[in-house]
Design a protein around this ligand. Structure first.
Ligand SMILES: CC(C)(COP(=O)(O)OP(=O)(O)OC[C@H]1O[C@@H](n2cnc3c(N)ncnc32)[C@H](O)[C@@H]1OP(=O)(O)O)[C@@H](O)C(=O)NCCC(=O)NCCS
Length: 168
């Protein structure tokens, strides 16, 4: 890929960002691999509040992504894996973009910044947990140089997924 990555800014999610995330993710394409249905505003209020806590405690979180003009386009970043199953105790990287912002390199650009920040915070490796049908997300892990470490089945919906890992 010779095209330059787009300019992207990351900020710790604010209260207002919960509203922006709710608005831009209210789309069946965006939610296809997240249960298929849009989440209520309170889900994003809790998620953004949790990210502020992670930032305070660890120096990284899932950050709000803004484009060059300051428009919220999604989130990307890292957090402790939040489930009881799977890679407990590891740091997960993740990304979600509003539909109109796909296809421009924003997730890759923001994930590269995430890897630098997480490495600087002393984290030695990260995982990416992706359902095996989510080709766009798997493509992001490839662009980052992550390797397939194992496969898993989600406990409730019984979907097959891939755990990618990258040593920092
Ligand atoms: C997963 C998701 C973030 C991927 O978004 P994306 O735009 O495909 O990924 P990137 O930001 O890395 O951009 C890559 C695209 O930009 C294009 N691009 C343009 N310039 C680029 C550059 N300099 N470098 C890399 N890609 C570039 C690529 O060609 C590619 O587009 P294509 O697949 O249409 O060819 C997005 O599909 C999404 O939000 N999905 C819903 C939420 C979700 O499933 N999250 C992941 C859960 S595990």
């Amino acid at each position: 890929m010779n095209r330059p990555l787009p300019v992207v800014h990351l900020r710790v999610p604010t209260d207002e960002d919960a509203v922006a995330w709710h608005r831009i993710f209210d789309d069946p394409d965006v939610m296809e691999f997240h249960g298929g249905r849009s989440s209520e505003l309170y889900v994003y209020e809790e998620l953004t509040a949790r990210q502020r806590r992670h930032d305070a405690e660890r120096g990284f979180c899932l950050w709000t992504m803004l484009d060059e003009s300051g428009r919220v386009v999604g989130f990307t970043g890292a957090q402790p894996w939040p489930q009881e199953w799977g890679p407990k105790g590891e740091i997960e990287i993740g990304w979600r973009l509003g539909r109109e912002h796909w296809g421009k390199g924003y997730a890759t650009a923001a994930a590269r910044m995430t890897l630098e920040r997480v490495r600087a915070a002393g984290v030695e490796s990260v995982v990416g947990m992706v359902l095996s049908q989510n080709a766009r997300s798997i493509a992001v892990t490839r662009r980052l140089g992550m390797s397939l470490a194992e496969t898993f089945t989600t406990p409730t919906s019984k979907k097959e997924g891939h755990c990618y890992r990258l040593a920092l």
